[in-house]
Design a protein around this ligand. Sequence first.
Ligand code: GAP
Length: 441
Amino acid sequence: MTEEPGADQPDDLMERVVNLCKRRGFIFPSAEIYGGFRSTYDYGPLGSLLLRNVKDAWWRSMVQERDDVVGLDAAILSTPRIWEASGHLTNFTDPLVDCRNCHERWRADKIEGSCPNCGSTDLTEPRAFNLMFKTFAGPVEEDATVAYLRPETAQGMFVNFVNVLQTTRKKPPFGIAQVGKSFRNEITPQNFVFRTREFEQMELEYFVPPPDAPRWFEYWLDERFSWYRDFGIPEDKLRLRHHDADELSHYSAATADVEFLFPWGWDELEGIANRTDFDLKAHSAASGEKLEYFDQTSGERYVPYVIEPAAGATRTMMAFLLAAYDEDEVGGEKRTVLHLDPRLSPYQVAVLPLSKNDALVPLSRQVLGQLQPICMCDFDVTQSIGRRYRRQDEVGTPFCVTVDFESLEDGAVTVRERDTTEQVRVPIDTLAGEIRERLGR
Ligand code: GAP
């Protein structure tokens, strides 16, 4: 019998990862000294590095390593006219029900007829609750100053379509990529940073000639699935799920999700949609501006279709942590280790002087100075070397560089690898090259 995917993981994996995040400075509950604030989180010294690496890894593969995608960083605050045209003002809703017994509120589609808090079945009829955060731009709170925080980064790409075409001379197929914060007034934020009201997205809008849309849809399914696998999520914890017709968003002709096996079951990491020409046509009609492509060689004029791979950066970071978490034994001692891909690890190298000795620390600082231009380094002099190795394993640092008394004689250091715990002696003169090579930089 083959083992169920995830059977190798502890039952309380989620709790262990949440504890590690707090204990080691990945993720803190926001406003903790005031008792927290409604499922918001702050990314600590290590979490901000990991999150940045996830976003950089996405940007590198989606923008830097391609010649058909350009970047954008659009405003978070915007006019209701955008959200009216995109359909978000009327359609971006979840069905909300109240429990008449305990007065908790729930998403009707996420509960099965009874209140998860008190078990009562005395629920109100579902009503449409719009998920957009509404605010006012300027000092006067009136209808004319209403603004919204974007619930997705995508619309910034559509409303800048012509600006980008004119300034980059790109032609379909080409894409616009963006990474940034989005906001949704989720009725029930849950599962740590899986569903929060403030989160980060990594989205690509890829504009193609309409007849080519199905082919490009398949292309992006493959690309995106491979990206998660290449960064270390095991294939048995990843799957693609095609949406049924009744699940499709109002703009979509086809959607598939890349799903990850979370501790509570399969759930979405990223949605890949064929958004057709819905958005460009909607903004064109509402603004009166032509949002189309004119091919000067063929004389053809058309509104491109859009293939959209839309991922969550914060949610993806959590999946990488869950997939990387492991407990094993080294030299008869239990250790916790994050088998993160070195490109994602908060630190790539930790420089560890064997002791606080007056001669070792200056040499160690010299070594640190050589490595800092290459990658993110930690420098740790406290406690025994064994404890320090464990601490670095626990946060996923792939290499520890130890400077010992022999280093003063032979000008070499010990490089220890996280997963195998193998140690080799490397001359300080060639250390930077060795680390570069091991990191593929
Ligand atoms: N532009 C299309 C779009 O926004 P989506 O499926 O609603 O599509 C894309 O969002 C991705 O953003 C999701 O797959 C998920 O990873 C992330 N995401 C959405 N809502 C989120 C939330 N409340 N908290 C964290 N991540 C979220």
